[in-house]
Design a protein around this ligand. Structure first.
Ligand code: ZN
Length: 181
């Protein structure tokens, strides 16, 4: 078996012996470092290769006011244009690859914005892990790992969503989360 020449994540040349193989025996899945191997694993788990086409198709189609109101669930009075804006921003960020890695999550759309967008493109949430007190840039907040899947489909996805800590009380958060499970 020939030695792989490039890292499966950063594409850097790998001097033998290589340091981390993601899948044992699979030379095409060999990375130059542990950090690259972790990123490559996140990228594989995210399944963005299949998720991005769903988002570009939705952006092309546009988001009607009816769809926005149907998909975006909130306890607060959110205007339809704000709902559409949040969903468009989420779709665009995913198309740019944001949300694939915990170090580069989706930002500025909140729990509601991401939940609405997943509904919009026909996905259901299947899991959620929240890390509190995470710092992204200068902002501190919660980092959600949202797992989702197609209804009756075979594809599963995962997306990292950063929600900057707002000044709001905890009962509100609890209700919001419940509504968007
Ligand atoms: Zn690398």
């Amino acid at each position: 078996m020939s030695t792989p020449k490039h890292c499966a994540w950063c594409n850097a040349e790998i001097a033998a012996p290589h340091t981390a193989a993601l899948v044992e025996g699979d030379a095409s899945m060999t990375c130059c470092s542990e950090a690259c191997a972790v990123n490559r694993k996140h990228a594989t788990d995210s399944n963005y290769k299949a998720l991005i086409p769903l988002c570009t198709a939705q952006l092309k189609q546009g988001i009607s006011a009816e769809l926005a109101d149907e998909c975006y669930i909130s306890m607060e009075a959110v205007t339809t244009s704000v709902k559409i804006e949040a969903m468009e921003s989420t779709l665009l960020q995913i198309c740019e690859g944001k949300g694939m890695l915990p170090s580069d999550p989706i930002e500025g759309v909140g729990v509601e914005g991401l939940s609405a967008t997943l509904r919009l493109i026909g996905l259901k949430k299947t899991g959620r892990e929240t890390q509190h007190g995470v710092k992204i840039g200068t902002a501190r907040g919660a980092l959600d790992l949202i797992q989702c899947a197609e209804y009756g489909g075979e594809h599963a996805y995962q997306v990292y969503n950063f929600c900057a800590a707002p000044a709001q009380d905890e009962s509100d958060d609890w209700m919001r989360d419940l509504l968007n499970e």
